[in-house]
Design a protein around this ligand. Structure first.
Ligand code: ADP
Length: 452
């Protein structure tokens, strides 16, 4: 086992990792940018190193600065969390060559899965069903037009190096393809430094269903019950729950088995998530693999009673998977992502938290790095807290979550709690009837009502 882990991240996930590392008896090192000097992760780690100014490119994304911090503090492993360098194969490779363990899969697998177009080809070979679409990167607009005719509209253009919903454009008719193609290329070059695009059939009425999986170096793979992540705005998740009201036990068994086999096919070693779209007929289509821990891993932890980060750390140290193969989920869990943003305009609302009351009680878990007096810097993502509930049934989880949100008070910044409250009160949501377009259309309806 390692003796000291450096956490190359900030916010709630940095704290989350510090907690598990401490429970495993490991020393922890926090890295921080100047505005994060008083951030909770810097106070709760055993050691801390400033790695640069606010700009992520010069701090949390700076490989030399992070590696120097690891060397100075003699950390023997780095946990990247999510975002920042978590899915950067070059970082993983440099860690490996510097003799520091990168807590995640190999640089090779990360690079393969990081190119979404290549990942699709690989998963096709692994016999996972994939969305109809281009087999490789779409070279130019002429090829896009040809493929468009073959795949049929509507379709979706996606950035090969994409993530976070950026560089994605839905094209409903051939007439708009040319314009959307150049916008997507432009967006993806700006966000990822790579304009390469690929194309997929746009699946109407689909659900976003994902499978958490973990596989050790000895080749034992364990896939968990699905997470339903269809409550999204601008392709970004807002609420996640498990299990999905849409997936039956037979489908669940089929898909978890397929994912376990696919991890063996690519010799995946670590924690990861396979994302799928599921159409109304319950056909699964592979979308991508996230080679890191995800924000919503918490709901899987709550229904299985496990600690995925501890498991991920143990695996990186070469230990065998400690979880039994026949683990079963219990009850229902839901996560609301509380963001510092206006609930109607979605404009970010950084600033000082003047007063803070967080919920608690049986079945409630709050993962946050917020505290009274903390000034949320404008430089990073707007996630303030993850409120997670678990209860025997979905109905009870919704009631528990509503109560928890009612009891939450955050003064000084705006949050999207009112948005969560209106989703939780929606009758279709309560019945579990929703797809990936649900939230956007609910918001459209609210806007037109306001106009009347
Ligand atoms: P990112 O990595 O940028 O988050 P994903 O490929 O995971 O991108 O897609 C994000 C979201 O975009 C999905 O959860 C889904 O809502 C939507 N989406 C992606 N591909 C399709 C598709 N082929 N049809 C319909 N919706 C899609």
């Amino acid at each position: 086992m390692f003796s000291k882990i450096l956490i190359a991240n900030r916010g709630e996930i940095a704290l989350r990792i510090i907690r598990s590392a401490k429970e495993l008896g490991l020393k922890t090192v926090a890295v921080y940018s100047e505005p994060d000097r008083n951030a909770l992760h810097t106070m709760l780690a055993d050691e801390k190193v400033c790695i640069g100014p606010a700009k992520a490119a010069e701090s949390y994304l700076s490989i030399p600065n992070i590696l120097s911090a690891a060397e100075i503090t003699k950390a023997d492993a780095i946990h990247p969390g999510y975002g920042f360098l978590a899915e950067n194969p070059r970082f993983a490779e440099i860690c490996e060559t510097s003799g520091i363990t990168f807590i995640g899969p190999s640089a090779e697998v990360m690079s393969l899965m990081g190119d979404k177009s290549r990942a699709r080809q690989e998963m096709k070979k692994a016999k996972l069903p994939i969305t109809p679409g281009s087999d490789t990167i779409v070279a130019d607009i002429d090829e896009a037009k040809r493929l468009g005719k073959k795949i049929k509209y509507p379709l979706i253009l996606k950035a090969a190096s994409g993530g976070g919903g950026k560089g994605m454009r839905i094209v409903r008719a051939p007439a708009t393809l040319e314009e959307q193609f150049s916008i997507a290329q432009y967006e993806s070059k700006a966000a990822f430094g790579d304009p390469s695009l690929y194309m997929e059939k746009y699946i109407e009425g689909a659900r976003h269903i994902e499978i958490q999986v973990i596989r050790d170096a000895q080749g034992r793979s364990l896939a968990f019950g699905e997470r339903e992540c269809s409550i999204q705005r601008k392709h970004q998740k807002v609420i996640e729950e498990t299990p999905s009201t849409f997936i039956d036990e037979k489908t669940r068994r089929r898909i978890t088995k397929a994912v376990e086999d696919a991890t063996s096919f690519i010799d995946y070693q670590s924690l990861g998530t396979f994302e799928f779209l599921v159409d109304e007929q319950k056909n699964f289509y592979f979308m991508e693999v996230n080679t890191r821990v995800q924000v919503e891993h918490t709901i899987t932890e709550m229904t299985y009673g496990i600690d995925l980060i501890k498991e991920q750390i143990r695996l990186a140290a070469g230990e065998k998977l400690s979880l039994p193969q026949d683990l079963r989920m219990q009850g229902h869990s839901m996560e609301c992502r509380i963001n510092a943003e206006d609930a109607e305009t979605f404009i970010p609302s950084p600033g000082k938290i003047e007063f803070l009351v967080l919920p608690g009680g049986q079945g409630i878990r709050v993962d946050t790095a917020a505290y009274e007096g903390w000034i949320i810097p404008p430089d990073y993502d707007s996630l303030v807290a993850k409120i997670v509930a678990v209860a025997p049934s979905r109905k009870e989880v919704i009631n528990k979550m509503r109560t928890a949100l009612e009891m939450t008070t955050i003064v000084g910044i705006k949050t999207n709690i009112p948005l969560h409250m209106s989703i939780l009160a929606n009758s279709d949501f309560k019945k579990g009837r929703y797809d990936i377009q649900f939230l956007e259309s609910m918001l459209d309806k609210q806007i037109s009502k306001r106009k009347i």
